[in-house]
Design a protein around this ligand. Structure first.
Ligand SMILES: [Zn+2]
Length: 142
């Protein structure tokens, strides 16, 4: 059995190597040091990330929330199951057929009540005021 020793110098040595030996042919370093005009072929997206046609350049249209009318739903309201609107905090209820029908998703609140509350408090329920946010410009109705 050999005597155990701490080998700290072994750990440190490699760390000094790169700085101790600056390569003479460092063209990359030189060009990076000078703040000259860089080509930057695709470093800056010029508002058009649709190179492969996967995503359109423009923001996809969103669907209006049945309560506040802001375009916050990523899919039509009929498909936005249990989606909570970030602007009014109304939870989309796909089973709701009338605005007077109590919504189980919203603790028995009707859509009409939620709309009235939104007009008054900017939330479908004043208790949710802390959770809602103002609509983005592109979400505003009209
Ligand atoms: Zn809403």
């Amino acid at each position: 059995m050999q005597t155990k020793r701490h080998r700290l110098p072994k750990m440190k040595e490699p760390a000094f190597l790169p700085t101790a030996n600056p390569s003479p042919t460092s063209q990359e370093e030189e060009s990076a040091a000078h703040p000259g005009p860089e080509p930057a072929p695709c470093a800056q997206p010029s508002g058009d990330p649709a190179e492969n046609g996967k995503e359109p350049a423009h923001i996809p249209p969103k669907y209006p929330c049945p309560c506040c009318g802001c375009r916050t739903l990523p899919v039509p309201a009929a498909d936005a199951i249990a989606y909570i609107c970030p602007v009014c905090f109304w939870e989309n209820d796909v089973f709701l057929s009338r605005e007077d029908e109590p919504s189980d998703e919203n603790h028995g609140m009707t859509l009409r009540e939620a709309r009235d509350n939104f007009k008054q408090y900017h939330a479908c329920d004043p208790r949710f005021l802390q959770f809602v946010r103002a609509p983005f410009k592109e979400e505003q109705n009209g």
